[in-house]
Design a protein around this ligand. Structure first.
Ligand SMILES: [Zn+2]
Length: 197
């Protein structure tokens, strides 16, 4: 069964000025609506920012905490959540990417090489570099969100801040966001901006 992207989740993550989804976050597919690339990239960038934050928090490294277990009512376990998250982030990404994609992911995102270094090392031009980074961000954003049984995103759920419970049927799909029939006809509104003296 394919993952069901809710329109309310997607709209909250979409880029308001996105020319593809117009800020709605979903794009109409043949069988079902698909999350827009801007939503997937946003998910990737949130997870990556958290990965970097975990890595830079040296003083917290190795600290063991008592945590509520996911999906349970008041069961606790001992865990090192930040280390687990960093390991999950690396492992899940490695599993999801092709060998060449992973090379770029490792150099750029894990080792912090900028585009110039990556281009020299991986023998690609600037255009291909950014194109591939976009593709990798979208691919991984989807994987992080759709991962079963415990997705990396939303981060607060991963880190045990909230536990998602299935809502009663009457509360789900309260309304649907209307999708544009032909997105090409609509463009994001960009009024001319004048500098105020
Ligand atoms: Zn979009």
């Amino acid at each position: 069964m394919s993952f069901d992207w809710s329109s309310s989740e997607a709209v909250g993550l979409a880029r308001v000025s996105c020319a593809h989804c117009l800020g709605i976050g979903l794009r109409r597919g043949r069988a079902q609506d698909n999350p827009c690339g801007c939503v997937l990239r946003k998910i990737f960038r949130s997870c990556y920012a958290r990965f970097r934050a975990c890595g830079s928090k040296e003083k917290h490294m190795g600290r063991v905490r008592l945590e509520v277990m996911k999906g349970s009512d008041g069961n606790y376990c001992w865990g090192m959540k930040e280390e687990e998250y960093m390991a999950d982030f690396c492992l899940v990404s490695k599993r999801a990417l092709e060998e060449e994609e992973y090379q770029l992911f490792r150099f750029h995102f894990l080792l912090g090489a900028d585009w110039k270094l990556c281009c020299r090392r991986l023998k690609m031009d600037r255009g291909s570099f950014f194109h591939n980074v976009y593709r990798i961000e979208q691919k991984l954003g989807r994987v992080y969100r759709e991962l079963q049984p415990h997705a990396l995103f939303p981060l607060d759920e991963y880190f045990g801040g909230t536990v998602r419970k299935a809502l009663p049927e009457g509360y789900t799909n309260v309304f649907e966001w209307p999708l544009p029939i032909n997105p090409e006809r609509f463009r994001a509104l960009r009024p001319p901006i004048r500098k105020v003296a």
